[in-house]
Design a protein around this ligand. Structure first.
Ligand code: NCD
Length: 336
């Protein structure tokens, strides 16, 4: 049965396999971790994302992925990641096989193994986009399939394509990805988005990251040590009053309810959570501080903040997910 598959825990371990590094060539690569990218790889991706944005804005039809089929297997709920991948594929003229809740609608329900499921969708498609609740499942799938496998979030491990769009958003806004003072708030322990973002920010010089969370949700000590070694200057705080003045960026994440083993524990931690309000922005942010959130917004940002020009989550950030995923798919399928 599916649950018997073993999934390695990959948190904080450097991406060991050098063959997986993009190293200037995206074609036929799996996308599992931000650790695969160099600064040059990111800039090449961003350049193509700029072109994709123009294509979308001008409603120019594209046949870049005509003749290509991509399977989306989403074992966990998703709005933005799922829809932006589907939109990206369709806007480039490709086709999709969309399976949400494979445990209900696919043969996994009859007891088929995870690996056999991957082998099956591999037979019908040119790439697989996978979201799964187990850390390490994307790696297992990539080792099973010979077509490119894109990690669309694996448990509390990583969410590399979210970070690609986040870094693109920051880069387009500030024109740089170094010398940034960043506040990352919410759930550093469980947020795969934070884990990938830390990896991304560590690629650039002189980045300072301040982590605001209830004490129970601090990063694992091994992760803290690893990213500090990678060059990030990391501070941990548990009070809004300690937010550094003049941050370039506030990045808010929700407390990841689904990673808790007890509802009581989740509810206890939620009471110590932090919410961005107009008042907090006024008190602790600068006039140029941008506010980001991977969304969904669940006790992260007061809707009254949405009209603030510094709030990018429903503007650039969410739209950039489309352009980045178009660019990434075109590159890994060897079409750009
Ligand atoms: C994130 C995720 O699934 O990890 N959402 C997303 O993909 N935009 C963040 C979250 O669920 O909190």
């Amino acid at each position: 049965m599916y649950q018997t598959v073993s999934y390695p825990q990959l948190n904080s371990t450097p991406f060991a396999d050098d063959n997986c590094k993009i190293n200037g060539n995206f074609a036929h690569k799996d996308i599992l971790s931000l650790d695969q990218f160099s600064v040059e790889d990111l800039l090449a991706l961003f350049k193509l994302a700029d072109e994709m944005k123009q294509l979308v804005i001008e409603h120019r039809p594209s046949s870049l992925l005509a003749g290509y089929v991509v399977s989306l297997l989403f074992f966990e709920p998703s709005s933005r990641t799922f829809a932006s991948f589907v939109s990206a594929i369709k806007r480039l003229g490709g086709q999709t096989i969309e399976i949400q809740n494979p445990e209900t609608v696919s043969s996994i329900n009859k007891g088929e193994s995870f690996e056999d499921t991957i082998r099956t969708f591999e037979a019908y498609s040119d790439a697989i986009v996978l979201r799964h609740y187990h850390a390490g499942s994307a790696r297992v799938a990539a080792e099973t399939a010979t077509i490119p496998l894109v990690n669309a979030g694996d448990g509390n491990n990583e969410h590399p394509t979210q970070t690609l769009l986040d870094l693109y958003t920051i880069y387009k806004h500030f024109g740089r990805l170094d010398n940034l003072t960043c506040l990352l708030a919410g759930d550093p322990l469980n947020s795969r988005v934070i884990h990938s973002l830390m990896r991304g920010l560590s690629l650039f010089e002189h980045n300072r990251v301040c982590l605001l969370s209830p004490e129970q949700l601090r990063l694992r000590r091994a992760d803290l040590a690893y990213w500090s070694e990678c060059g990030l200057r990391i501070e941990e705080i548990d009070n809004e009053k300690q937010i550094p003045a003049r941050c370039d960026l506030w990045y808010w994440t929700r407390i990841q309810k689904e990673r808790f083993t007890s509802l009581h524990e989740y509810e206890t931690v939620m009471k110590q959570g932090f919410i961005v309000t107009p008042e907090l922005l006024h008190a602790r942010a600068g006039k140029d501080t941008i506010v980001m959130d991977p969304l969904p917004r669940v006790c992260t940002i007061d809707p009254a903040v949405d009209i603030d020009g510094r709030a990018l989550y429903f503007r650039e950030q969410i739209r950039n997910g489309l352009y980045i995923r178009m660019a990434l798919l075109a590159l890994i399928l060897g079409r750009a």
